[in-house]
Design a protein around this ligand. Structure first.
Ligand SMILES: [Zn+2]
Length: 127
């Protein structure tokens, strides 16, 4: 892609690349034609050397989250609908999950955290 050195005007004066985010700010205190000319040359040299950031490349994505969801809240809600008290419902769900995933410590930790979160929301009347 074509790129060119463009002059930035305004609050932050200096130079920028027309093709990417590269900038070369000029010190605001800079004064005098000679100093400006020297700075312009420096900017031109830096511009020649810089590598354009490739905007066509997608940003690195976060690794996908664990698909397995303990679904504590959902299961507990089902039990509550059937007449169980929230605390009992959560305990039953955790027990079920432990039978299914008991060996998976990370999973169980998440399930317990979800259970706590669920009970807290119930207490606050959010559910
Ligand atoms: Zn560039």
């Amino acid at each position: 892609m074509e790129r060119s050195l463009v002059r930035i005007q305004g609050d932050a004066s200096g130079w920028a690349c027309s093709n990417c985010g590269w900038t070369f700010p000029v010190p605001t205190l800079l004064s005098g034609d000679e100093a400006m000319a020297a700075y312009d040359r420096l900017a031109a040299a830096k511009f020649r050397d810089h590598k354009c950031e490739d905007a066509s490349l997608p940003a690195p994505k976060e690794p996908p989250k664990r698909a397995a969801d303990s679904a504590v809240a959902e299961r507990a809600r089902m039990l509550i609908k059937r007449g169980y008290k929230p605390k009992v419902a959560v305990e039953l769900v955790l027990h079920e999950i432990e039978i299914e995933h008991g060996r998976d410590r990370t999973f169980m930790e998440k399930a317990h955290a979800d259970a706590e979160d669920f009970l807290m929301k119930v207490r606050k009347g959010l559910i």
